[in-house]
Design a protein around this ligand. Structure first.
Ligand SMILES: [Fe+2]
Length: 220
């Protein structure tokens, strides 16, 4: 069948949190199997977030305040899925990207602390396992911090983060759909709450610079 897809350059709205991308294809089963193989022994794999300088051990060990108590914070570890996956992403999700792979939420507390993604980026994000029935992504606001944080001027080896959740206003609580691509604005202060520590939270990720973002349209 003749493919009538057309790519158009789209200026994203400056302020958005996330939006569903249900027109993008679900991830084929063999990549899901590959992801589970990689996640069988995550400690033996290379954490790309360290390799790329996106996070460091200090950030992984951070403590946050929630409901007046000091607790640890979940953090993402990220793993490569190989060239076949990269090619599939180019052909089906976005033609250029900074980084892609499968990511696991790591830690023994019930919360992933507020942070802005490092470096500045938007993400195509595909949730494979939620990390519990009640787990939700939370977008926050602090009156002294721009809602869209300028990560491009943040020259540190770890993400900008805010450690006292009690001082933040909640802008939105979201439960992303499973097995569906969404577009996520990583320039916002966000975190994950209500993680069931007996469950895993797993997602596929494609990081894209906003200035390269194009949108695929297909006449119907
Ligand atoms: Fe994030």
């Amino acid at each position: 069948m003749h493919d009538k897809r057309v790519r158009v350059r789209i200026m994203l709205p400056h302020v958005f949190t996330w939006m569903p991308m249900p027109h993008l294809p679900q991830i084929p089963a063999h990549f899901i199997r590959r992801a589970y193989e990689v996640l069988e022994n995550p400690q033996e794999q290379v954490n790309k977030n360290f390799e790329l300088g996106i996070t460091n051990q200090e950030y992984m060990d951070r403590k946050i305040i929630k409901d007046g108590k000091e607790v640890g914070s979940h953090c993402q570890v990220s793993f490569d899925l190989g060239e076949e996956w990269d090619r599939w992403v180019v052909e089906n999700i976005h033609p250029v990207f900074d980084d892609t792979g499968v990511r696991l939420s790591w830690g023994d507390s019930g919360i992933g602390g507020p942070h802005v993604d490092n470096p500045g980026k938007i993400r195509f994000f595909y949730l494979l396992e939620r990390g519990g029935e009640d787990t939700e992504t939370v977008f926050y606001y602090h009156p002294d911090i721009p809602f869209i944080f300028n990560m491009d001027e943040w020259n540190e080896k770890y993400p900008f983060s805010y450690d006292n959740v009690d001082e933040l206003h909640v802008v939105e609580r979201a439960q992303f759909p499973l097995h569906t691509w969404i577009l996520f604005n990583g320039y916002t202060l966000h975190g994950v709450e209500n993680i069931d520590t007996t469950k895993r939270r797993i997602n596929f990720n494609v990081s894209v610079r906003p200035e390269t973002f194009t949108h695929c349209v297909r006449p119907i």
